[in-house]
Design a protein around this ligand. Structure first.
Ligand code: ARG
Length: 597
């Protein structure tokens, strides 16, 4: 993959102008460097808007002597210092001191040609490949995997896809809640209900009801409660029979989780809280020796770096460990044993304080050093169409498998409304149905700023206009079909790339090319803020800009009888590059595109 030209335009221009401004005004410390795409092509393709604030700065400090300084003069001085670059065609200074930057079409030619020649979209080069651990999905055994876990699964998977694409070494971990006192009662209930569990696998089909049954007994039956507690002790001591019961219960849940991951095409390595048992013991010993733990009303707590906020509870009054203990132990294991340099937790925003405290304590204990990056990727709650917490009509938590089934049903209806069942083969129809159903659920989640709550609405997500999965999936099939209708094969495209220039002279062609060139900027930004809605906005921008191009520029000309009389190969090339770009972005979002729908 030749990534030389997959550079971020904003970063390249920033560097060029930073150098020029420093040369022009060596006495100004930290001058403002402002680069942005122009929103009107009259003002070039990009703009440098540094002259105005720089001028204010110069006037106030009077660094340039007594005479009045004009933004226009500042801009001209900057322009005179900008070194030549393969990116820049020309620079113009507008009256108010804005510097309009026109990009070289040749540069766009090279980028687009590379896409077609490589037959793939290459990632922009990164400075250092890092070992990244993404902790996401992470439902709890014997409890409902709910829409919050679905959000974590969708967002986490997309973050992994993006970082993998950039070339990082990503470990996708499912931090399942598979340890804790609830297992005491579950095991006691299992012993009573299925006494032969050690020889015959118990037919538990509904673990949630099983959980509820055991909880009722736990709350009302003292003798049962005692046995439950005794089981917890035995579990922690790893008594074989109890461990076997624990595994059986976990397996039932894990199978359910796996079926959701299979349907959504999400890969995850399961490494639940139980994995860190030994690590917790060692961590606690270490923290005790280093005197990080403090007594607090029978508990042992640990404060973060500057003793504000809330401390972690490392050991409970009864001597047991907590969610805090396991997360601190896990973080240490991930850094020390896995060699992780970057750790990302994807959970609801409600856990933000928990992770801040974990990170702060880990810094204090010198587990997390300045070379490590640790992010908590939080997200808002999922609401129903009534703007209340997402629930079924009867008020229960929505079962994820039911939700996905509903998605399939709705997607099927949608396709039938459009009479697609009459055109597509059965196989094509089913592929389209799945692509739409799972695609719309994922996309609706990702296209909102993750920090905000979002309203789950099948009606909205299945709309075929606006920034929705359905619109984009359709747009992609439409773009793909243009070359197919002109009877142009992939091989022909590959052959033509070297001899036919990609058509960029029409303003709409150029506008489309410029959108495609923004890709490195978009992905680099997401690698920083881990907010995927920018990628969704980018997809939508591609689709809309393509429509404008297609409405204005013939790719294929037909005569009155519908025969093709002329194929504009330069435009077909642009069309293909657009399709590849859109498809790549959809893949990064976890959407599966189809040939026909
Ligand atoms: N199981 C937890 C929950 O359902 C999420 C775990 C997130 N990961 C972590 N390392 N704490 O809320």
């Amino acid at each position: 993959c030749n990534t030389d030209n997959m550079v971020s335009i904003t970063v390249t221009l920033y560097t060029l102008f930073e150098k020029a401004i420093n040369e022009a005004y060596p006495d100004v410390t930290d001058p403002p460097i402002i680069i942005a795409p122009s929103n009107n092509s009259k003002f070039g393709d990009y703009q440098c808007n540094s002259a105005l604030p720089l001028c204010k700065l110069l006037s106030s400090t009077n660094l340039e002597g007594k005479q009045r300084i004009l933004p226009k003069d500042v801009a001209e001085k900057i322009v005179s210092k900008v070194s030549s670059s393969p990116l820049i065609e020309k620079l113009e200074v507008a009256a108010a001191g804005f510097i309009n930057i026109c990009l070289k079409h040749e540069f766009a030619q090279i980028v687009l040609k590379n896409i077609l020649k490589n037959n793939k979209i290459c990632a922009p080069p990164i400075i250092r490949k890092r070992k990244v651990i993404v902790d996401f999905s992470s439902p709890n055994v014997a409890k409902e995997m709910h829409v919050g876990h679905l959000r974590s699964t969708i967002i986490g998977d997309s973050i992994c896809r993006l970082l993998e694409f950039l070339g990082h070494n990503v470990l996708r971990l499912n931090h399942i809640g598979d340890w804790g006192t609830q297992f005491g009662m579950l095991i006691a209930h299992l012993e009573d209900k299925f006494p032969n569990y050690s020889t015959e696998s118990p037919p538990i089909s509904d673990l949630q009801s099983f959980y509820k049954e055991s909880k009722i007994r736990f709350d009302n039956d003292e003798e049962f409660k005692k046995r439950a507690y005794a089981n917890v002790v035995k579990l922690q001591a790893c008594e074989p029979k109890i461990i076997q019961a624990w595994k059986l219960i976990c397996d039932v849940s894990k199978q359910e989780f796996q079926s959701i991951y299979d349907r959504l095409n999400v890969n995850l390595i399961e490494r639940g809280e139980s994995y860190y048992q030994k690590h917790m013991e060692n961590l606690v010993k270490d923290l005790e020796t280093k005197q990080f733990l403090e007594e607090d009303d029978g508990r042992k707590i640990m404060w973060g770096e500057n003793k504000n906020g809330i401390p972690l509870t490392v050991i409970k009054r009864d001597g047991g460990f907590t969610y805090d203990t396991s997360d601190l132990a896990a973080l240490k294991q991930r850094i020390m044993e896995e060699g992780a340099e970057w750790i990302i937790y994807v959970t609801d925003g409600g856990q933000a304080t928990h992770f801040q405290t974990i990170i702060s304590c880990a810094k204090r204990a010198k587990i997390v050093l300045s070379c490590h990056r640790v992010d908590h990727v939080g997200f808002g709650v999922v609401l129903g169409e009534d703007k209340k917490k997402f629930k079924t009509r009867s008020g229960d938590t929505v079962k994820l498998s039911d939700l996905l089934d509903e998605g399939l049903k709705r997607a099927e209806q949608k396709l039938k409304e459009k009479e697609r069942d009459k055109v597509l083969t059965e196989r094509e129809f089913n592929l389209a149905k799945e692509s739409i159903a799972y695609g719309c659920i994922k996309y609706a989640d990702l296209c909102h700023n993750r920090n905000h709550e979002y309203v789950f609405s099948f009606d909205k997500m299945l709309e075929d206009k606006g920034n929705t999965a359905v619109y984009l999936l359709y747009a992609l099939t439409r773009i793909r079909s243009i070359a197919r209708m002109a009877n142009i094969t992939r091989d022909q495209i590959k052959e033509t790339v070297d001899v036919t220039p990609i058509s960029l002279d029409h303003p709409k062609e150029w506008q489309l090319a410029k959108v495609i060139l923004k890709f490195p900027d978009i992905v680099m930004k997401i690698a920083k803020d881990l907010c995927l809605h920018s990628l969704c906005e980018f997809c939508y921008e591609i689709a809309c800009t393509f429509t404008e191009f297609y409405d204005n520029c013939y790719c294929v000309e037909k005569n009155q009888t519908g025969e093709i009389v002329k194929v504009n190969m330069g435009r077909i090339l642009l069309t293909e590059a657009t399709a590849m770009m859109l498809e790549k972005c959809l893949t990064l979002l976890g959407l599966n595109s189809v040939e026909k729908m």
